[in-house]
Ligand binder design. Structure first.
Ligand SMILES: [Cu+2]
Length: 152
């Protein structure tokens, strides 16, 4: 808002109103600034606002992005500890599990399996459409490697 004070346009009242409105809109449009001057500034702000409105609408309508979760197991433990994953229901999830042993990755609840070897990570893709809290483990070792939490 402070930038409005530098407007070189002399007509105070209409410009002030327009600038105040533009300032609010400009703030929404990532501070697209109204400091550089009168008519041009206002036009720019309105254009930016239109673009911002379009962006917002698009973002709202967009599908949730896929969540990729990398898990690394070495020497019988999970790098950084058990990985906790929390996603909204309906999120596309990709689990990528690297291990220094051959085993089978098991996603409980969803009952999904994927083989892992030292040279080939397991890659399990699914849509998290069942709410709850589920273990992911290296099946034959009974080693929990992640906890998947899916919101209701
Ligand atoms: Cu299991």
């Amino acid at each position: 808002m402070a930038g409005c004070g530098y407007s070189p346009v002399p007509s105070s009242s209409p410009e002030r109103t327009a600038c105040a409105a533009a300032a609010v809109l400009a703030a929404a449009a990532l501070l697209a600034g109204c400091g550089s001057g009168g008519q041009t500034s206002t036009a720019t702000s309105l254009a930016a606002t239109t673009a911002a409105g379009t962006t917002t609408a698009t973002a709202t309508a967009a599908e949730p992005a896929a969540k990729t979760v990398e898990i690394a197991v070495a020497n019988g433990t999970v790098d950084g500890g058990i990985v906790r994953v929390s996603v909204d229901r309906g999120t596309a999830v990709v689990l990528v599990v690297h291990a220094d042993v051959s085993d089978e990755v098991h996603v409980h609840g969803y009952d999904l399996h994927g083989d892992v070897t030292p040279s080939q990570p397991a890659r399990i893709s699914f849509t998290a459409d069942v709410p709850g809290r589920f273990e992911v483990e290296l099946e034959s070792r009974g080693l929990q490697i992640a906890q998947l939490e899916v919101g209701a």
